[in-house]
Design a protein around this ligand. Structure first.
Ligand SMILES: [Mn+2]
Length: 228
């Protein structure tokens, strides 16, 4: 990668490179099998600013990992140069299914994060139609379906974020605690001492309701279009 980056600089190309991790296929084991491993590798390069990642839904899902967590880490590192969208069952061969075909909830969280974060890069579908698609109409239906599903999930994300029930549940799950916030932030000896001497009201904490079940069901209802 160092050689390639310097060759690109020497030619005046102004290129950037996006590394796409994959855990297996065509080999049983592939070096740097995940987006996280790629991010670790990039940090060791001479021209690391020129190099980012191109995470793919299918590749991270084959490994049984949470795709949107991998994308979140890439965004935080400023390394999401490109993204490959498709669908995939965990633990199978590289299926490259239509975007949203397999796991609508994971696809929802991915689209919501990309949209709310303001990701402005390419939205690339690295997918192919089912083997049974032998006519133009079905193949076109596949290609349009990738884009249609993305846009549907974008609209669902808007509905979810604007939903009063969701907002109330999130406020209950993430209450503002000025005392805790004062203890967080950069390390200082005073903060460390304050954390060590803090008394926690364990009974009070464990008595608080954590309505994650209700929040998840509300998301399901919104995705299915049956919310009140
Ligand atoms: Mn790909």
């Amino acid at each position: 990668m160092d050689f390639l980056c310097e060759y690109s600089i020497a030619q005046g190309y102004d290129y950037k490179f996006a590394l796409e991790a994959k855990p297996n296929e065509p080999r049983g084991d592939i070096y740097m099998p995940t987006t996280g491993a790629m991010l670790g590798f990039i940090a060791t390069l001479k021209h690391e600013a020129m190099v980012g990642v191109n995470p793919e839904v299918a590749h991270e899902t084959i490994a049984g990992l949470n795709f949107y967590h991998a994308v979140a880490q890439a965004l935080e590192a400023g390394k999401l140069f490109h993204i490959d969208l498709n669908g995939q069952k965990p633990g199978r061969f590289d299926q490259d299914l239509r975007f949203g075909q397999e796991d609508a909830k994971n696809a929802f969280f991915l689209v919501r994060m990309l949209e709310n974060y303001g990701y402005k890069g390419s939205l690339h579908f690295d997918a192919h139609p089912l083997r049974t698609a032998s006519d133009d109409a079905d193949i076109l239906g596949f290609a349009k379906g990738c884009m249609r599903s993305y846009l549907i999930l974008k609209e669902k994300a808007r509905i979810f974020d604007a939903d009063p029930v969701v907002q109330e549940l999130l406020a209950q799950l993430n209450p503002t605690c000025t005392e805790s916030e004062a203890l967080l932030g950069e390390y200082t000896p005073e903060r460390a001492a304050a954390i060590q001497s803090k008394q926690f009201d364990v009974d009070g904490i464990t008595a608080q309701a954590l309505p994650y079940e209700q929040l998840d069901q509300r998301l399901f209802d919104i995705l299915m279009g049956v919310q009140d």
